[in-house]
Design a protein around this ligand. Structure first.
Ligand code: DX5
Ligand code: ZN
Length: 222
């Protein structure tokens, strides 16, 4: 089953609570929260206080994507703010195994994200410890960029390795996902689709979520 994770980076931030509620009511499986520190990526978005405020208004599953240099330092703060899953970058400064130990200790689902230049094999040593791998399909930092089709073999390689080991791993994709690219990533083995501009630009969120899911689902069933 394909899951849809709308990225609020593309929403009207002055109405963050309402936008989140509308997406959740529209059938989104979770809400994707992009945290950027202006150091790991050349952009700054929002941090713990915003997530904590949103947590008070929403019982949706919070899929937190940390584009920050020091996930070990801030992991506990994001869990306290209300993250249900914390995805951090393999390319961050902290030692990957230490961040996973910390997320285990905090009792939160863990995901590792790969920038476009990082090969699939880099995440293989950690697969057994992960709920999810996030394959970035754009360079992290900004919404509204074009999908990188050359990431499809990476998705495929991770899915094949997870299958070989008998792991029910979630593979998430993030960046340039829309009704055209959703079938491509789903066919390659992704089952959790992040979409910002493609969903929040539509007038009817419920129709947009279900159309995106449908497109991806058809590609898996084909
Ligand atoms: C980019 C973020 C994405 C972004 C996706 O660094 O991680 O989640 O919001 O935006 P779209 O779907 O517009 O490419
Ligand atoms: Zn993201």
């Amino acid at each position: 089953m394909i899951q849809i994770s709308p990225s609020v980076l593309a929403c009207d931030f002055s109405r963050l609570g309402e936008e989140t509620a509308l997406m959740a009511a529209g059938g989104a499986d979770m809400i994707h929260l992009d945290v950027m520190d202006g150091h790991f990526v050349p952009n700054i978005s929002f941090g713990m206080p915003v997530i904590a405020a949103l947590r008070k208004k929403s019982d949706a599953f919070f899929d937190v994507h940390l584009m920050i240099s020091r996930p070990l330092t801030y992991g506990a703060d994001f869990v306290k703010a209300g993250a249900d899953r914390v995805t951090f970058h393999l390319e961050a400064e902290d030692e990957t195994a230490a961040v996973l130990d910390e997320l285990d200790r905090l009792g939160v689902e863990a995901g590792i994200s790969l920038k476009p230049g990082t090969p699939a094999e880099a995440v293989f040593p950690y697969l057994e410890r992960l709920k999810m791998v996030l394959v970035m399909t754009v360079e992290p930092g900004f919404g509204g960029q074009s999908f990188m089709a050359d990431m499809l073999p990476k998705i495929r390689a991770i899915r094949e390795e997870a299958n070989r080991r008998g792991l029910a791993l979630d593979i998430q994709v993030d960046g340039g996902i829309d009704e055209k690219t959703a079938p491509l990533v789903a066919e390659a083995g992704a089952n959790v689709l992040v979409a910002g501009s493609a969903l929040f630009s539509k007038p009817d969120y419920k129709a947009a979520v279900s159309a995106l899911r449908q497109k991806a689902q058809e590609a898996v069933q084909a």
